[in-house]
Ligand binder design. Structure first.
Ligand SMILES: *[C@@H]1O[C@H](CO)[C@@H](O)[C@H](O)[C@H]1NC(C)=O
Ligand SMILES: *[C@@H]1O[C@H](CO)[C@@H](O)[C@H](O)[C@H]1NC(C)=O
Ligand SMILES: *[C@@H]1O[C@H](CO)[C@@H](O)[C@H](O)[C@H]1NC(C)=O
Ligand SMILES: *[C@@H]1O[C@H](CO)[C@@H](O)[C@H](O)[C@H]1NC(C)=O
Ligand SMILES: *[C@@H]1O[C@H](CO)[C@@H](O)[C@H](O)[C@H]1NC(C)=O
Length: 480
């Protein structure tokens, strides 16, 4: 089940795709012309050893083939799955401009695709029970329900999500191999949920496989979700929820779809909430079973269903831990202060969610690495984006009227396996910062980002006053 390529398969792939390297060509010239046969034999042995060494250490130059399967659903349709959309890069990766080199990388990543949470699974089952109790469907589009069985698990990473994480680790090695050495392996942390830990582990496997097992990072720190944890939104009991806004939107978009279902399934008595949970079966079944769910086809016949579902996710993130939640952004402050510590190479200064015991110990919070990878959740990533000033909106999202031009979209911000990458650059002699969210370069208008989205490190740190002031009094309100 684990999408871990075996060593042999990996090695074979590398050897098959390999081309001679400059290194082996150079070594060849060291041999004199004296004994032709001996030289030739020695050469063959040496080249074989060299080839094995080169592929085990540097990986195949062409890069490895992704493990994540394609789902039989068009990308545009998947982007309506909000936070249950699989990761797609928003833009192709752009190298930093001439004169700038990447010297440090900070990755914050959401776990890969998972089953519904236990709460969501219970709501899905309750809606399905009503629907499956119906004897005679009067709409043939519901006929598939006669033989339908729901058998998804809860909470955990699914194989598709493990593959996404594996591919992501492989991509990071390929992209940033020049930052990696035996002493400078990625430093990896994860929040303690099983799916987050499994994502981190699969990521390290992908990284390792991509280096042909030359570099084998490990998961070094697991932050307990029942105590101080900068990778989870578990420490602000007074924070509100997005329920008022998502309920209002549900009562706006769902009624015609609920009517459609109740007409075709007499006496099912489905509510709008049931409708919402039935729509969610489309993404969950598709990513879990790696084939298009019948519920995708069913709701594709209802024009408003998926756009309505998508906007519900956007509202949920905005009013859950984003700018629309008074105590949302403060929950991202601890991570931002850790990020500043790494970018500047100075100890963490934070009085919010950080664990001081861990962050003051160089074995659990080193400052001398070049790649850091942290594994987290969508709601926490939204809090972090909002604490930093990313995706700031000119006006709050309207709970009854989506703005078609909005750039606050859960599928682009926190899909399964979402990632924010903060690159520390050196541009000439100036330490600088660039931020990519799902590979899209962010404008960083809050620190005077130039046309390449680059700020000086100094300007970036100065812009982060919300974090450096411990949330300007908001953290105390979490316990008020
Ligand atoms: C990758 O994730 C899967 C869950 O889908 C898990 O079973 C497996 O153990 C993970 N791999 C590693 C190396 O942890
Ligand atoms: C980083 O710091 C740790 C702890 O001080 C030390 O053990 C390790 O050798 C250092 N690593 C590098 C690459 O300098
Ligand atoms: C801090 O981390 C240590 C080491 O993991 C753990 O034992 C301790 O319980 C944590 N404390 C808090 C308050 O999170
Ligand atoms: C739906 O509601 C009707 C009328 O209130 C009731 O007779 C019927 O038993 C209900 N059906 C289900 C499946 O709950
Ligand atoms: C955990 O966080 C609380 C709230 O900021 C803080 O008072 C406490 O010192 C922290 N504990 C540790 C071990 O860092």
């Amino acid at each position: 089940m684990a999408p871990i390529a075996s060593d042999d398969a990996e090695l074979e792939r590398g050897l098959l795709s390999g081309t001679p390297t400059n290194k082996s060509a150079k070594r060849r010239r060291l041999f004199g012309p004296c004994s032709a046969t001996r030289t030739a034999m020695a050469l063959i042995v040496l080249l074989t050893i060299l080839a094995a060494f080169v592929y085990s250490v540097f990986g195949s130059p062409a890069g490895s083939k992704p493990l994540t399967p394609t789902l039989n659903v068009p990308k545009e349709a998947q982007l309506n799955w909000a936070q249950y959309s699989p990761y797609f890069p928003v833009d192709p990766y752009r190298q930093p401009p001439q004169g700038c080199n990447v010297e440090q990388v900070n990755i914050l990543q959401r776990h890969g695709a998972r089953f519904p949470t236990s709460g969501a699974a219970a709501r899905i089952k309750s809606a399905l029970d009503k629907l499956l109790a119906v004897r005679e469907f009067t709409d043939h589009r519901l006929d598939f329900l006669r033989t339908f069985q729901y058998d998804l698990g809860t909470d955990d990473l699914v194989p598709f999500g493990a593959a996404q994480s594996f591919d992501s680790g492989a991509e990071v090695f390929e992209r940033y191999a020049n930052l990696v050495s035996e002493k400078k392996l990625p430093f990896v942390r994860a929040s303690s949920s099983e799916r987050v830990v499994m994502s981190a582990l699969n990521w390290t496997q992908g990284f390792s496989a991509s280096s042909h097992h030359g570099y084998n990072p490990t998961l070094s720190v697991i932050l307990s979700e029942s105590s101080n944890d900068t990778l989870d939104d578990n420490m602000c009991p007074a924070a509100g929820s997005s329920d008022p806004q998502t309920s209002l939107w549900l009562s706006t978009f769902a009624p015609p779809i609920t009517q459609f279902l109740n007409r075709g399934a007499p006496h099912a008595n489905l509510t709008d909430t049931d409708t919402f949970n039935l729509i969610s079966v489309c993404p969950f079944e598709t990513v879990s079973e790696e084939r298009r769910s019948k519920f995708c086809d069913l709701f594709a016949t209802q024009k408003g269903a998926f756009p309505g579902f998508a906007y519900s996710g956007d509202l949920d993130k905005f009013y859950g831990t984003g700018y629309g939640q008074e105590l949302g952004p403060v929950q991202g402050v601890g991570y931002v202060n850790e990020l500043i510590a790494r970018l500047t190479g100075t100890p963490v200064q934070d009085h919010t969610q950080t664990n001081h015991t861990l962050d003051s110990d160089p074995t659990t919070f080193p400052l001398n690495r070049t790649i850091y990878a942290d594994f987290s959740h969508d709601n926490q990533m939204i809090a972090i984006f909002s604490a930093m000033g990313l995706f700031r909106q000119s006006h709050p999202l309207n709970p009854t009227k989506p703005d078609p031009e909005r750039d606050w979209k859960a599928s682009g911000m926190v899909p399964f396996s979402a990632r924010m990458v903060v690159e520390r650059l050196r541009c000439g002699r100036i330490p600088s910062v660039r931020i990519l969210v799902n590979q899209q370069v962010q404008p960083l208008e809050f620190c005077g980002g130039d046309r390449n989205g680059i700020c000086s490190l100094d300007a970036f740190v100065k812009s982060q006053t919300f974090a450096t002031s411990d949330g300007g009094g908001d953290f105390e309100k979490c316990f008020a």
